[in-house]
Design a protein around this ligand. Structure first.
Ligand code: KG4
Ligand code: ZN
Length: 341
């Protein structure tokens, strides 16, 4: 069994996994603490992690007497993320490893997301046959990238956002409309209620040419100026069209780039991961894309998708454990390898 810890942003998370199976999974979300600031405040996040981490780990391990006797290694997210928040998890992992004489496995947060469709519940569901290689699109509040997942533990980032992440763009659009945080789920709900999902047809950023990188800040700015021209009454009247058209511009961009990547790499099996993959409409668009190229499509189970759960970190770590990829010291926050196509 592996104990895994993730404190990369605004969730204090710990899990116990055995291979791909999750035996225990606890997440303490700080969303309410940050809500009134409209985004995550690093110093508040750090303190909240410090206050909660021991309790979260204790709750994860209550089922076992002499819990650490069963633990082979302690996995911890080492980046990318909020540095002050990450430090709390890393420090805790180090202390536990020393106290109980355990090995440490360092996991990149993106690796965790990439492995999230592999996560099974304690009964071993869902059961899926995997067909490497995959093109993985990670879309969350902090990340938007396209990765070639060649085989276990072999990744190449082939595209990423040069400014805002897709989830961040949705959150900011919702904020401009005074809709609250996080904006993605609120926008999804409103967008469902229109006939014409693309009423305003906002720009699809950076879709010309060969480039596989993303940029959403221009879209956000044009949305801002568009709203400025509307009066309050009109905005409220057209709220569904506005949210839906914004969402459509973001999702179309994601789909166009993913299709470009399919054509460039010849890889047709897809995975959609990260918080935004909770969106049913985006899942539908992804399913259609996979169908067009007759590829397999993977999504994480909803249970292991929301928030930065440590279960996905633990599952990635279990593949590292099989290859004895332990670390004796955590020095720097690593990056996945990059490649330009
Ligand atoms: O993966 P996640 O929980 O945390 C990060 O690593 O960032 O992703 C959070 C993001 C937020 O931007 C949130 O608005 C978005 O995921 N999100 C959604 C939905 N649920 C969460 N976006 C669109 N549709 C949803 N249903
Ligand atoms: Zn994440």
């Amino acid at each position: 069994m592996i104990l895994s810890i993730d404190t990369s942003c605004d969730e204090t998370a710990a899990a116990v996994v055995s291979g791909r199976r999750v035996l225990s999974n606890v997440i303490y979300s700080q969303v309410l603490l940050h809500k009134k600031w409209g985004g995550v405040v690093p110093s508040i996040a750090k303190r909240a992690h410090e206050e909660r981490i021991d309790l979260v780990i204790a709750q994860t391990s209550t089922r076992w007497i002499n819990f650490f006797d069963f633990i082979k290694a302690i996995a911890v997210t080492i980046g990318p993320g909020l540095a002050p928040a990450l430090e709390v998890g890393i420090k805790t992992a180090k202390e536990l490893a020393e106290k109980f004489n355990k090995k440490i496995i360092s996991v990149n947060h993106l690796e965790g997301h990439i492995y999230s469709p592999f996560v099974q519940n304690s009964k071993g569901n869902p059961k899926i046959d995997f067909h490497f290689p995959y093109l993985v699109l990670t879309v969350s509040g902090g990340h938007t990238n396209l990765v070639i997942f060649e085989d276990h533990l072999k990744y190449k980032v082939i595209g990423e956002t040069i400014d805002d992440a897709a989830g961040e763009a949705l959150d900011k659009a919702a904020k401009l409309l005074g809709l609250g945080y996080p904006g993605g789920p609120i926008i999804e709900r409103l967008a469902k209620e229109v006939d014409n999902r693309d009423f305003y047809h906002f720009p699809r950023p950076m879709i010309e040419g060969d480039n596989l990188n993303f940029s959403f800040s221009g879209l956000k700015t044009s949305f801002y100026y568009f709203l400025k021209k509307m009066d309050q009454e009109e905005r409220i009247k057209k709220l569904r069209e506005l949210t839906s058209s914004f969402q459509q511009a973001v999702f179309d961009t994601l789909i166009i780039k993913t299709e470009k990547a399919i054509k460039k790499t010849g890889i047709k099996n897809l995975a959609l991961v990260g918080g935004v993959s909770a969106n049913f409409y985006l899942r539908k668009l992804f399913r259609q894309l996979a169908k067009k190229y007759q590829g397999q499509v993977l999504f994480p189970s909803f249970k292991y998708l929301t928030g930065d759960n440590a279960a996905m970190i633990g599952v990635a770590a279990s593949y590292k454990a099989q290859k004895n990829l332990f670390v004796s010291d955590i020095k720097n926050l690593d990056r996945l390898p990059r490649m330009s196509l």
